[in-house]
Design a protein around this ligand. Structure first.
Ligand code: GRF
Length: 322
């Protein structure tokens, strides 16, 4: 199986949603693993549970009101140390500072006990009962700087019973949360490993370069520079081709020596692709966690240069000289 996505979970209390993630990750085909549990309350019962399950716990002291910046710096360091790819807020009762949200943009998810956009913030169940709603529910969404306002990734509706109290409703919604969160997270982390998603991402980057068109190369998605007839391929997406396990971008290296050196230095990233390797194409794996897309963009540009006609590279050189 491909490498699993690394997930950190932040809690403030019981941590039953965190536990749902930990137990889901025990399935051998689960695409994520929980690598860190932390939060803002060192006495939170969920931390002891995580420890008992053998998960690394960063037990940070609750921040005094003038220590919040420091707290989030420490938290960020703990997350980086754990090499987490994703952060899950599972009952983490703190407003997250904007720069922290920005640093984890697209990689931080929250679980909220209402059918957003209804009932942001606290006391969601009492609000649903007071409004005489017939359904309540829960939502998993991406975290943005707007409180409980980021794009929704998944929701589950939960019927309200005539004699429900906020407590009985909360208890049932929690059962739904425990189902929803692991499923949505599994889908979300798998998305970035899917050939379609990777192809779209490469296409966006490749198409920022001058005179690029996409065309299949022996059945694989490819990108060419320099017009329909005289054009040349500078990038090819190899999707588990020739019995290989990887999804990789093939780009032009300067030759066999450079290829061998790169593969030796970073064997998790580079390999010599079947057939193409002989003519200097190197494979850059994209079905990994923490793909550095700026690095991919640099490779695309470099490879584009080797294939582009002089009239185009001259223009770029002139622009670079400024
Ligand atoms: C859950 O209801 C969740 O939706 C909300 O906080 C609660 C956390 O519960 N954000 P637990 O700590 O996971 O049991």
């Amino acid at each position: 199986m491909a490498e699993r996505a690394r997930v950190a979970v932040l809690i403030s209390g019981r941590g039953s949603n965190m536990a749902a993630l930990v137990y889901a990750a025990k399935a051998t085909d689960c695409p994520f693993e929980v690598v860190l549990v932390s939060g803002d309350r060192p006495e939170a019962p969920g931390l002891a549970l995580a420890e008992a399950e053998g998960i690394v716990v960063a037990r940070l002291a609750s921040p005094a009101s003038n220590q919040k910046r420091r707290f989030f710096e420490e938290l960020d360091q703990a997350l980086r140390r754990s090499s987490a790819d994703f952060v899950i807020l599972a009952g983490f009762m703190r407003i997250i500072p904007d720069d922290f949200v920005e640093a984890w943009s697209g990689r931080m998810l929250n679980i909220h006990p209402s059918l957003l956009p209804k009932y942001r913030g606290l006391v969601t169940h009492a609000a649903a009962l007071a409004a005489e709603d017939t359904v309540a529910g829960c939502t998993v969404h991406l975290v943005t700087s707007e409180l409980d306002g980021g794009p929704v990734l998944g929701q589950t509706e939960v019927a309200i019973l005539p004699d429900d109290t906020p407590e009985t409703l909360a208890e049932r919604v929690r059962i739904a949360e425990h189902q929803l969160l692991p499923r949505v997270l599994a889908d979300y982390v798998s998305r970035e490993r899917s050939p379609e998603w990777i192809e779209r991402r490469v296409d966006e980057l490749a198409c920022t370069l001058p005179e690029v068109t996409s065309r299949t190369a022996h059945g694989s998605p490819g990108w060419r520079v320099g017009g329909d007839k005289a054009g040349k391929f500078f990038a090819i997406l190899s999707v588990r081709h020739h019995g290989e396990e990887a999804i990789a971008l093939l780009v032009k290296s300067s030759g066999q020596d450079e290829m061998a050196a790169l593969i030796e230095a970073e064997p998790d990233i580079y390999y010599r692709p079947a057939y193409y390797g002989a003519s200097g194409w190197i494979a850059l794996r994209l079905d990994r966690s923490q793909v550095d897309w700026d690095h991919v963009a640099d490779w695309l540009q470099r490879s584009w240069r080797t294939a582009a006609p002089k009239r185009l590279t001259k223009l770029i050189d002139a622009a670079d000289a400024f």
